[in-house]
Design a binder for this molecule. Structure first.
Ligand code: HXC
Length: 517
């Protein structure tokens, strides 16, 4: 009997050693930086009492550098499953108080187990990263575990949603797991991501750059596009994850999520009647169209500070979750450039992988002209967006609000690359290019030989506008399914989405396509 009690006591002692992590001093240091501990983060993320820990008793087996004297059960990462709003998720949280959250062999294998279980059960996996990278004492065994994680991230890609939250350092090759996952969330001020740090950069290139500037949340939100969201603190970052989990299905075999909505199915969008200015050269905010047409307050913008000439995000239409891609005329006139194409292409592929219908808003004067764009490879990067829309088989709804010029018209989920329901507002202009440019090319001689070239140009531009700067030629060819008043757009989209939910569109069997990467 007393032996039994001793054994239970022993078990409790082992578990509480695991829960203590690197000890109170290091926990206090973590708090002093404004960071939560790994366990606090997991509890803030999951529904109360839902966390079920796995592998709390795993230990490292390194015997070099006197590591055998400091064995902490759990090995610096808290793993398990729980629920968010009742939905099953798997998660791991690196514990910075244990060897700086560094990833050794066993720490890495614990993460692998979590991804394997998430994949087997078809549940999202959420990684809370706070780590000094490869555990230096464990050498190549650490690198091996990293690669095992990368391999699993790739295998799970497109099968279960994977979300990475960066809540401290994430450096070197360690950045590649988050980079492969579907969404990255970074915490402002306390998280950093880089391949090589400021000191190495200084040694190799003589550039001087600080941690924050090199790889802080704001840098990755605005310059590199590596992060999809930023948050003021740990709690804010975890709230974003919860919102995302509500909008996406648990795996690629499930339908996009549907919830009850309070918004009416026959709501007219009166604010849209005057959204597009009469002067086609004036900008307007496409975000207004998105907010008006989707269920009110449901839109979650993704990568809002990066490539702002295109908007992407998730929201709801009639309670059904939907992905939105929209040209934004108030930035670069809504042109497609390298960053916008890549940003939208990856999002389209995410939606397609997880059965989320796509609603596309088009006001695009074309691809952004410039030698830097050409030398940077706009040809292959722009092709990514074309490829992504063309290969996607989810229901695709397209609304052309104004300009749909040139190749960009084709790319933006046009009928020809299998948009399912394509409509335009009366203000739409579907043409190879704008009237001024077109007249300059096709009537150059006529204008040059005219007695009054300016008057002649003006007249020809007006003629061209009347003939082509409207949606009716495209509608007459069936390239548009309808031309609708802006205020009817929500109603039209709801009806079309309802009709398309059972859509099936088989494609030829193949191992995978060869998207121009
Ligand atoms: C082992 C590590 C560690 C690591 C930190 N620690 N990084 N232990 N391996 N990689 C330990 C420290 O010894 C210390 O232990 C504790 O964690 C906290 O570290 P501090 O330096 O005191 O904390 P702080 O000042 O906040 O600095 C955090 C840090 C810094 C910026 C992460 O520790 C650091 O630069 N670490 C090294 C980062 C690095 O070069 N990693 C390898 C990258 S290459 P005590 O006992 O004092 O608490 C890589 C390759 C991955 O990761 C390859 C994948 C393919």
């Amino acid at each position: 009997m007393s032996g039994g009690v001793d054994k239970i006591e022993d078990l409790r002692r082992r578990k509480s050693r695991s829960e203590l992590g690197g000890g109170q001093k290091r926990v206090s240091a973590q708090h002093a930086k404004g960071k939560m501990t790994a366990r606090e983060r997991i509890h803030a993320l999951l529904d109360p009492e839902s966390f079920n820990e796995i592998d709390a008793l795993v230990e490292h087996r390194c015997r070099d550098f006197e590591m055998d004297r400091n064995v902490i059960p759990g090995d610096g990462v808290v793993c398990g499953h729980g629920t968010i709003d009742g939905k099953l998720v798997y998660c791991f949280a690196q514990d910075f108080t244990v060897y700086g959250g560094s990833l050794g062999e066993m720490h890495g294998l614990k993460i692998c187990k979590i991804i394997d279980m998430a994949l087997k059960t078809g549940a999202p996996v959420i990684g809370l990263n706070d780590s000094g990278g490869a555990r230096i004492q464990e050498g190549v065994a650490s690198l091996g575990s990293y690669a095992e994680i990368f391999f699993r991230n790739v295998r799970a890609s497109g099968v279960i949603p994977q979300i990475s939250v960066i809540m401290g350092p994430c450096a070197g090759g360690a950045v590649y797991s988050p980079a492969i996952t579907d969404f990255v969330v970074m915490v402002e001020g306390t998280s950093h991501m880089f391949i090589t740090g400021p000191e190495v950069i200084k040694t190799v290139t003589n550039e001087e750059v600080g941690f924050e500037d090199l790889g802080g949340a704001s840098t990755h939100a605005k310059k590199s596009g590596v992060t999809h969201f930023t948050a003021k603190d740990d709690k804010g970052a975890l709230e974003i994850v919860k919102e995302l989990i509500g909008l996406i299905p648990a795996n690629n075999l499930q339908r996009a999520t549907v919830v009850e909505t309070n918004d009416s199915f026959d709501r007219l969008c009166e604010n849209l009647e005057t959204l597009v200015p009469d002067d086609p050269s004036l900008p307007y905010d496409m975000a207004i169209a998105i907010e008006e047409i989707l269920d009110l307050g449901s839109f979650l913008e993704i990568q809002s500070d990066f490539a702002q000439n295109i908007i992407i995000g998730l929201g709801r239409l009639g309670g059904q979750s939907i992905g939105v891609v929209a040209n934004q005329p108030i930035h670069l006139a809504g042109c497609l450039d390298i960053d916008a194409s890549v940003k939208a292409a990856r999002f389209v592929r995410f939606c397609d992988a997880f059965n989320i219908p796509i609603l596309t808003f088009v006001d695009v004067p074309g691809f952004l002209p410039g030698a830097n764009q050409e030398w940077g490879g706009i040809i292959r990067h722009g092709a990514k967006l074309l490829y992504a829309f063309a290969e996607s088989t989810v229901p695709k709804l397209t609304v052309i609000t104004r300009k749909a010029y040139g190749g960009a018209y084709d790319v933006m989920s046009s009928k020809h690359i299998r948009g399912d329901y394509n409509v335009a507002w009366p203000s739409a202009e579907l043409a190879v290019m704008g009237a001024e440019g077109a007249v300059q090319i096709i009537h150059r001689r006529r204008i040059a030989t005219s007695k009054n070239p300016d008057q002649e140009r003006e007249r020809l531009v007006e003629d061209y506008q009347e003939a082509f700067a409207n949606p009716y030629k495209a509608a007459s060819l069936g390239y548009l399914d309808d031309v609708i008043a802006p205020n009817e757009t929500r109603i039209a989209m709801l009806k079309a989405l309802g009709a398309l939910l059972e859509k099936e569109e088989p494609r030829p069997e193949k191992k995978h396509g060869n998207i121009p990467l």
